[in-house]
Every structure is written in structure tokens, then in C-alpha cells.
Design a protein around this ligand. Sequence first.
Ligand code: NAI
Ligand code: MG
Length: 333
Amino acid sequence: MRKVTLIEGDGIGPEITEAICRIFEAAKVPIEWERENAGQTTLAERGELIPESLIESITRNQVALKGPITTPVGKGFKSINVQLRKTFDLYQNVRPCKTTQGVDSKFDNVDIVLFRENIEGLYSGIEFYDDRLEMSDSIARITKKGCERIVKAAFDYAQKYGRNKVTLVHKANILKGAGGLFLNAGKEIGENYPDIVFDDKIIDNMCMQLVIKPEQFGVVVTTNLFGDILSDLCAGLVGGLGVVAGANIGDDVAIFEAVHGSAPDIAGKGIANPTALLRSAVMMLYHIDLSEYAERIDAALNNTLKNKIDCTGDLGGNANTEQFTQKIIENLN
Ligand code: NAI
Ligand code: MG
């Protein structure tokens, strides 16, 4: 049995991870969870936000499923998500955004997979303040290697899943340095994939095109800041953050997580929607070559989503987390 690290997280984290565990058990997925935690709970219990045992567990297992974590507000607390990305060099942030029958959205044929560079660019953490001159610099540093590996990841994905186009999003017309490096790396890498069309779009035009005609896009790759913004925009095209999965992937380690946060306003009420985390868990199953199980669970989820009434309140239904989970389990067969 393959071991996978499970991070419950904070707020609604324990409720939605429990739902995933039940569905996986019912589907007889051949993995064994290794339970670790991070965030407020471990801070209160053990005085640390990211325990060493968690890092060891992820290093050993190389794959983790993570519930949302509340980042404490205040000095000295760095984002746990950012720390995990840096520790394990998780340079790809992958977000599939696809319309689902039964989930309200303005479009009915969106199928975009966004690859966001996850480490460099404006989020590289290189910042300067000059108190005397009252000015500040936030440096958008990127490397050729960093550009090449995220673009290559997007092309490899397109090839694997039979997508015929990769769209690279940039602002190289103004940001000649970092933007130019990214665009050129994309053109070069693209030459190795003669069957896939390389397309590039300037970020502002891309935003307009996405909200007018999103079906023209498939695999999209971009730098960190643009990717952060575009990924939420794309989530909005298919029903919002409650239904969108995410993965942070490196060469050795991958961490799968829902895109939404710990939802403290509804935590403990048993009404949270597990869809986004379940979809992240399905991505994880594809990643570890358990595609058969991934397909079956995904189909059960999509069938459940078709009947709004069986879904949680945020999707317009009457069910609580437990009832919604039970329906998905029934639909496995
Ligand atoms: P949030 O995503 O937790 O909540 C926003 C709204 O969406 C709330 O009304 C919430 O009830 C609702 N919501 C979110 N997920 C839901 C679900 N699965 N089912 C039903 N309703 C859901 O964002 P917010 O309030 O800005 O952040 C709360 C905490 O989460 C903060 O401490 C933040 O730092 C953390 N956070 C953690 C993330 C992570 O670990 N990946 C990502 C985003 C935020
Ligand atoms: Mg974001």
C-alpha cells in the first residue's frame, strides 16, 4: 500500500478531510494515510506551525493531501503554504478549471488547466524599503531554469492528455527583462513539441478574452503573480473556489490541496463542501498512477453534483457534509 501524508489543517479542514477518507475507503483506494498536521492546532499543542515530523513524513512519502490552514495574523508568522512550496521546491501550481453539469456558472464549456510558476517572480521575496526616500522595491526575479521547467511541465501535460495548444501569458512588451526571459524560454521549449501549437497572450488581453470566450483556451502557463490572479479568475468561470482543485508539484514531492481557505465562519457546523478537496485528491490519484480509482471517484462526484438538491448549501443544495459524502459513496457503484 502506498503511503500518503494527510494534513487535516484548521477550520473546516478536519470535516472535509474526513469526507475524503470515507470516500477513499468506500472506493477501496490502495493507499494508507500517514496523519500529520500543521497550523493552529499544532501551534497550540506543540508550539510549532510546521512540525519537523511533518517535513519528514512528506520527504518520505513524496505525496501529501492537505486541508486548508489558517495563517495566524501577526508578526513572525510566515505563510505555511509558501514555506512548504519553498522547502520542497514545488515550482508548479496546477489548477484545472472545468465546467460541471449542475454547478452554476456563466459558461458551459470551459476546460482550462492553468500552470502557475510557484516560486519565483514577484513572489521571490526580494524586497527593499528605503525609509529616508520613502520608497520600496519588490523584485520580480526569475531564472531561465525556472521559466523552462514550468513551461516544460505545461507542454508535457498537454502531450500526455492530448491537448493541442499551450498558451503562455506574459507582459514581455513592457517587462522586457523578466517577461522577455519567460516568453523566450517558452518559444524555445515549444520547439520540442511540434504537435502542440504555441500561442502567447499579453496578460491584459488574456483577462478580457477569458471572460468573453474562455472555451478558446486549454493549457495555460504563466508567471507567479499573473498565475495567482488568473487562477482565481478561471475558478470564477466554473463556479468558484468551492469546486476547484489545486496541486503544488515539484520534481520529487507533490502536495494536493483545495484552493479555498479554512472557512472559520462555518467550521464545526458540518456543512462544508468537500468538492474542492476531493477533486484535489482525485488529481493526486492520477499523479500516483491510480487513474482507475481517480476516474471512478470523479464520475461519482460529477453524478452527485448533477442533482443540486443533494449538494451542500454553498452549491444551492439541502445536504450537510455527511449527507453529500454519503451520496457520492452511493454513486460509486
Ligand atoms: P475562505 O476560503 O476560508 O472562506 C471564504 C468564504 O467561502 C467563507 O464564507 C467560507 O465559509 C466559504 N467557503 C470556503 N470554503 C468552503 C467550503 N469548502 N464549503 C463551503 N463554504 C466554503 O477564505 P478566508 O475567509 O479569506 O480565509 C480564512 C483562513 O483561511 C485565513 O486564515 C487564510 O489565511 C486561510 N487560507 C488558507 C488557504 C490554504 O491553506 N490553502 C488558502 C486561502 C486561505
Ligand atoms: Mg491566490
